[in-house]
Design a protein around this ligand. Structure first.
Ligand SMILES: NC(=O)c1ccc[n+]([C@@H]2O[C@H](COP(=O)([O-])OP(=O)(O)OC[C@H]3O[C@@H](n4cnc5c(N)ncnc54)[C@H](O)[C@@H]3O)[C@@H](O)[C@H]2O)c1
Ligand SMILES: O=C(O)C(=O)C[C@@H](O)[C@H](O)[C@H](O)COP(=O)(O)O
Ligand SMILES: [Zn+2]
Length: 359
């Protein structure tokens, strides 16, 4: 296990620490800070107390619902009220402690409070460690769609304490694996090889293999966002941060279609199979890579099919953030760890690719 930080070198460079027990290092990132507000998932009260223990600063706890339902304007307003009551000023800090829903919300609260105060991400789910808490995308949902309101706001530091994963339910761990495996398909095939070699060990909390996969996935995310923090519009195979959106065009539409009752990772799993179908049908990837998507995601216990009303899903995709005007954009593979942007694919191709997902 390595204590070496993974550095994100975007506008304001910051370290991401990935190892067991690093939440104990929190005081090092609070030098010169007077007060701390911990916005935490309400089911993680023990973890919030543990994090606050030993801090020399005055601490205010702000509990929020511990799931996707927290990513609303109403909960964001409650966070602002909490920060006001605590008297958080520009010499203070906000900590986001929880899964990706909590870190997305807490990061946005920190970004908008006084136009931005120091923010430290303390992800507790696999998904938040490998993806949500790294890279500075923050935000909330609207009934109209996922993450429609938000901004890019870089944390001061991210502490991925692998000890937190010990209490994470296995269903949530599987959701996080979807983003880990995404990193394997788009950038680092070692992730897929090592996962396939021992999926049981990869799912076992505390295993060395799990720690290694987290590290490899964070390295992918850090590399991509360091090169393109603000998600420029990619062209062809010249791809920036949009690469990380692999599987998300349909994935986000499924989340909205299912009224946010599906885990993010589950929806992205289906979205990646859809993207692989789209690529395969255009001759961009071979049979093996298409089959590998289904095999690997199934091994992780993730869904690979969806049976919805196509017109509704198609409509939901229009509000994807990659859309430009009426042009839908998909990140598609042209091989393992090779991708390009596909703009406005044929409508029949889209419908056929979706039909291939129905069991
Ligand atoms: N900002 C980004 O770049 C980015 C990237 C990927 C995903 N996301 C967002 O992340 C969210 C999904 O995150 P998630 O999968 O972590 O779900 P989540 O935050 O909804 O958490 C799922 C459940 O696990 C619980 N939990 C978290 N850590 C735990 C622990 N250590 N022990 C016990 N329970 C724990 C949570 O309280 C919650 O009940 C989505 O909203 C997605 O859009 C954002
Ligand atoms: O960090 C990114 O960029 C990503 O696209 C990572 C995704 O896994 C993540 O779900 C992100 O929140 C999606 O961003 P959005 O801009 O499509 O809402
Ligand atoms: Zn995602």
């Amino acid at each position: 296990m390595s204590w070496d930080p993974i550095n994100v070198s975007a506008e304001h460079p910051y370290p991401v620490l990935v190892c067991h027990g690093n939440s104990r290092l929190l005081p090092e990132f609070l030098d010169g800070i007077d007060k701390v507000a911990i916005i935490y998932a309400e089911n993680l009260v023990d973890q919030a107390r543990q994090v606050a223990f030993g801090l020399s600063q005055e601490v205010t706890f702000i509990p929020v619902p511990g799931s996707e339902s927290a990513k609303t304007a109403a909960t964001l307003a409650q966070c602002w009220e909490g920060l006001a009551e605590a008297g958080i000023t520009r010499s203070d800090a906000v900590i986001g402690l929880g899964g990706g829903s909590t870190t997305d919300l807490a990061g946005f609260a920190a970004a908008t409070w006084l136009r931005g105060v120091r923010y430290i991400g303390m992800p507790t789910s696999l998904l938040a460690m490998v993806d949500a808490a790294v890279g500075g995308k923050t935000g909330i949902n609207l009934p109209a769609g996922k993450n429609l309101v938000g901004n890019f706001f870089e944390p001061f530091a991210v502490l991925c304490d692998l000890d937190f994963l010990e209490t994470l339910p296995s269903s949530e761990l599987r959701g996080g694996l979807a983003e880990v495996l995404k990193a394997g398909f788009i950038a680092d095939p070692r992730i897929l090889d090592e996962f396939e070699a021992d999926p049981v060990e990869a799912l076992r909390a505390g295993s060395d293999l799990q720690a290694r996969l987290v590290r490899l996935a964070v390295e992918v995310k850090a590399r991509v966002v360091s090169a393109d923090l603000r998600e420029r519009t990619s062209q062809g195979s010249d791809i920036g941060r949009e690469l990380l959106n692999y599987g998300h065009t349909l994935g986000h539409a499924i989340e909205r279609y299912e009224r946010f009752t599906w885990r993010h990772g589950e929806a992205i799993s289906v979205g990646m199979v859809f993207a692989a179908e789209l690529a395969h049908r255009q001759g961009m990837i071979d049979d093996d890579l298409l089959a590998r998507h289904r095999r690997v995601l199934k091994l992780a216990g993730l869904p690979i099919s969806h049976d919805g009303e196509w017109a509704g899903l198609r409509e939901a995709m229009n509000l994807d953030k990659k859309t430009r005007g009426a042009n839908l954009r998909f990140i598609l593979l042209t091989g393992l760890a090779k991708a390009r942007v596909c703009v406005d694919p044929d409508e029949q191709l889209l419908a056929d690719a979706y039909a291939a997902l129905v069991d």
